[in-house]
Write a protein that binds this ligand. Structure first.
Ligand code: G
Ligand code: G
Ligand code: NA
Ligand code: MN
Length: 248
């Protein structure tokens, strides 16, 4: 209850930190953008990750404020990036089921001066489970402004292929659990191969998450993944550390 009570003040005091995890092209290793990852450095409790952070926000009905604050903070930081880099933001199921989300989000983007066609929004299957009928037009509206939609954590849960058919998406992010075994287990590689083939047929880019070794990167590249994100490339970085890397 104490943490819940602290949350709004933490937002005001800028204690919600946004880390940026770089994403790289698998074809040539070039930096292509970053995913914003929110976390709360609480003075007493220490580091609170995005999962628990959003659970706290949900209990006091502050998810919208938190999401808005994260989007504004990340977009403001990204304004200084080289213009060929994209920013990926995570959105919650509640965001996408809200009729006003597209309008509100586009306003935030416009206010920060960041190009909407350099933004990717990451959604999870949960988003879609919650309200597909309401989410589909919101997604359409965002895509009409050049925002790309990525289906996050793909293969980590139930992995329902229906969404790939029903929704207009731009990319899928393969869950780390699908990458872990690709060096050692031919069955994992077979699954990767078939998902990339499916993605290609649907004209979706594939981003491999959780790449930790050169061998995993080589396999992901050979199988046709477009980009990767993982400790091999970089851990999540502070805004200033990311900017330094982007400019180097
Ligand atoms: O960095 P960490 O392990 O805490 O991330 C855990 C999960 O939380 C990730 O899967 C990520 O998708 C999600 N996440 C990180 N930042 C945000 C955010 O700003 N908003 C939402 N809704 N989810 C986030
Ligand atoms: O669920 P979401 O996929 O968006 O998760 C991002 C989380 O995964 C972040 O907390 C990030 O720190 C973590 N992560 C990113 N790259 C790697 C990696 O290569 N290995 C492992 N174990 N975790 C990673
Ligand atoms: Na994500
Ligand atoms: Mn992910």
């Amino acid at each position: 209850a104490e943490l819940e009570a602290d949350l709004l003040a933490a937002i005001d005091r800028n204690e919600i930190e946004i880390a940026f995890q770089p994403q790289f092209s698998l074809a040539d290793g070039r930096l292509v953008g970053a995913e914003a990852l929110a976390r709360w450095h609480h003075r007493r409790v220490g580091l609170i990750g995005a999962g628990p952070l959003f659970a706290i926000a949900e209990r006091v009905d502050h998810v919208a404020q938190l999401s808005r604050h994260i989007a504004e903070t990340a977009l403001e930081a990204a304004r200084d990036w080289p213009h060929d880099l994209r920013l990926s933001l995570n959105i919650t199921p509640a965001d996408l089921a809200s009729r006003e989300f597209a309008r509100d989000f586009l306003k935030i983007v416009a206010a920060t001066g960041f190009d909407s066609d350099r933004v990717t929004l990451e959604i999870t299957e949960q988003v879609l489970l919650s309200d597909l009928e309401r989410s589909a037009p919101v997604i359409e509206r965002l895509r009409a402004r050049g925002i790309r939609i990525a289906l996050d954590d793909f293969g980590g849960g139930f992995c329902n292929f229906r969404y790939l058919k029903l929704l207009a998406l731009d990319e899928i992010k393969l869950d780390r659990s699908m990458i872990e075994g690709i060096e050692s287990d031919p069955r994992d590689r077979a699954v990767l191969k078939s998902i990339v083939a499916l993605a290609r047929a649907l004209q979706l880019d594939v981003v491999a998450e959780g790449i930790e070794t050169e061998a995993q990167a080589a396999i992901a590249r050979d199988e046709g993944c477009a980009k990767f994100q993982g400790y091999l490339g970089s851990v999540p970085l502070s805004a200033s550390a990311f900017l330094e890397r982007a400019r180097s």
